[in-house]
Design a protein around this ligand. Structure first.
Ligand SMILES: [Zn+2]
Ligand SMILES: [Zn+2]
Length: 550
């Protein structure tokens, strides 16, 4: 039983979760199996934990476990990352590995007293190209792994063998592969690639109707593709570095909290949709103000698909998080409106305090948060965390905008342009691939509308749970109910203040989710339609690869 969930790495004296592919301390097995990822009933988790206790040769405490400086062969059961960056200072004796250039710069400053960008002698700044060359000389791209993902012992270490993807070795996620390719190219043919990667007008054939329609080239002019791809990357945190010690790493921690919450938000929103009535779901799928729809909004057929499809929203939100803070690269320009700005700031405040809390609670290593949510789960409802709510508000505000003059005045359209950069080489995503990304963004946006409506009505629903939530559209003064006392009256009066979930969905749909609003959603719907049309026309008649419309 336990062995179907955990693998015992006898050489390293740790157990690795087979699904999550990272090591878990024996005393945290129960907490791990009852977390959001596994959602196992506590009783069963305790059974597995008891079984693992019988296994011999497992380090019980962090003090009994030591991270290797490097390994020759990849450790079985752990993912291999190809985007590791190893410090090469001290004649290559330093074994430090991380996966983030900002983190290694901070490492150099702290551990080697070496500040990037200064000429020898300390004064005078170098040109950007020289700085980049210096960086590339002082580090090396490596494959790496780590045992634990949090706190102690989450330090990465180098995997020395170079063989790629033998049988049984780990399939990297698309982004990681691509990222490491970009990195490898950068270090080999640096100068040339550097100049080639800057987006300029005229470099790609502007006559391409798809690119002309998207407006990506003029919008992203002067930006470096690699910078944009890096900006969309899933945040990686070096847990070994304590909070407050390294600003770049702290920033990544905040970004990681937001990334994670946005992912959870997408799947929580899908859950709400699956519990919603069919009339509401018909309302929530409209793309026109007056439209007969024949299929209601549905969750993904394979519910886990949301993790992949929700990723684009994670990337969009992360794009704003990373471009909003101080950075040294040229980022695409955009502006928030007042509501977006407020929602964004709020999200950042909550994220910072979430990171702080997580830090404090993980010091005591309690699993209390897992037990709270168990009761909620039984009801089939999960209460959103403050962090998820803040992400939801920000996403909704991104959608809640109408055009002034140009599309790129709308922040979400700018974020979507970043997703247009092709991660696997030169240029941009074409009409063959981008519409399916838009489909995912659109569908998850619909999920979030339903979630937002549900959130807005929450307090009223709780207050009046003794009455049915469906209310009477007409209230007749002469009803005989008055004799029953004032209680009902007050109840009705209170309910009158709040809209129902259905009404909120309708209001939001009409406000900024259907064609004719001049909203980011209209941009997405129209661009998707256009992309599908030209892709259809350029695909040979026998090879129609029309994607599912949702
Ligand atoms: Zn797991
Ligand atoms: Zn070092």
């Amino acid at each position: 039983m336990a062995s179907s969930h955990f693998q015992h790495l006898t050489q390293w004296e740790v157990v690795v979760c087979k699904e999550c592919r990272y090591a878990v301390w024996p005393r945290q097995v129960v907490g791990h199996l009852t977390n959001r990822q596994h959602r196992m009933p506590r009783k069963q988790a305790v059974g597995i934990s008891d079984e693992i206790e019988q296994w011999h040769g497992i380090a019980q405490f962090s003090g009994e476990f030591k991270i290797p400086k490097y390994v020759e062969e990849a450790v079985e059961g752990l993912p291999v990352y190809t985007d590791g960056v190893k410090c090469e200072l001290d004649e290559g004796q330093c074994a430090y590995v991380c996966r983030n250039m900002d983190v290694i710069k901070e490492h150099w400053r702290k551990m080697h007293g070496h500040s990037v960008g200064q000429k020898r002698g300390g004064s005078g700044m170098l040109k950007k190209e020289d700085i980049d060359r210096q960086i590339l000389q002082n580090c090396r791209q490596v494959r790496c792994q780590r045992f634990f993902v949090q706190k102690e012992h989450s330090q990465y270490f180098e995997v020395r063998s170079r063989e790629e993807r033998r049988e049984g070795s780990v399939r990297q996620s698309e982004e990681e592969d691509i990222w490491s390719q970009a990195w490898g190219q950068a270090s080999q043919r640096y100068d040339r690639i550097r100049s080639d990667d800057t987006i300029r007008p005229g470099e790609t054939d502007e006559v391409n109707p798809w690119l002309r329609r998207t407006g990506w080239i003029p919008y992203l002019e002067g930006c470096d593709r690699k910078d944009i791809l890096r900006c969309l990357k899933e945040p990686t945190v070096d847990e070994e570095i304590a909070e407050g010690e390294n600003e770049a790493n702290d920033n990544e921690r905040v970004a990681a909290a937001i990334w994670e919450a946005t992912g959870e938000l997408a799947s929580a929103s899908q859950d709400v949709v699956s519990r919603s009535g069919v009339m509401l779901r018909f309302e929530a799928i409209r793309t026109e103000a007056h439209q007969n729809v024949y299929r209601p909004l549905e969750p993904y057929q394979n519910r886990d698909e949301i993790r992949r499809q929700g990723r684009y929203w994670q990337q969009i939100v992360t794009f704003f998080v990373r471009t909003r803070r101080a950075h040294s690269w040229k980022s695409p320009p955009y502006k928030f409106n007042r509501r977006q700005d407020r929602a964004f700031e709020r999200m950042m405040v909550v994220a910072r305090s979430t990171v702080k809390e997580a830090d404090e609670s993980s010091d005591t290593e309690s699993d209390s948060t897992d037990t709270d949510s168990e009761a909620e789960r039984e009801e089939g409802k999960t209460v959103m965390t403050e962090m998820q709510q803040a992400c939801l508000s920000f996403c909704i505000e991104l959608l809640n905008q109408t055009i002034h003059n140009r599309e790129y005045d709308m922040a979400l359209v700018c974020g979507l342009a970043a997703l247009g950069v092709n991660p696997s080489g030169r240029g941009f995503r074409g009409a063959d691939t981008y519409p399916s990304i838009l489909s995912a963004v659109i569908k998850v946006a619909h999920f979030m509308i339903v979630q937002q409506a549900e959130r807005l009505t929450q307090p009223t629903a709780d207050e009046c749970n003794e009455f049915s939530a469906g209310r009477s559209p007409c209230e007749f003064e002469d009803s005989g109910y008055e004799s029953e006392g004032t209680q009902i009256d007050r109840g009705e009066g209170r309910r009158k203040i709040g809209k129902s979930s259905f009404e909120w969905v309708r209001k939001m749909m009409d406000g900024f989710m259907v064609r004719g609003c001049g909203s980011p959603m209209q941009w997405m719907l129209d661009l998707r339609g256009y992309g599908m049309k030209i892709d259809f026309n350029t695909t040979s008649a026998g090879h129609v690869n029309w994607r599912d419309g949702d």
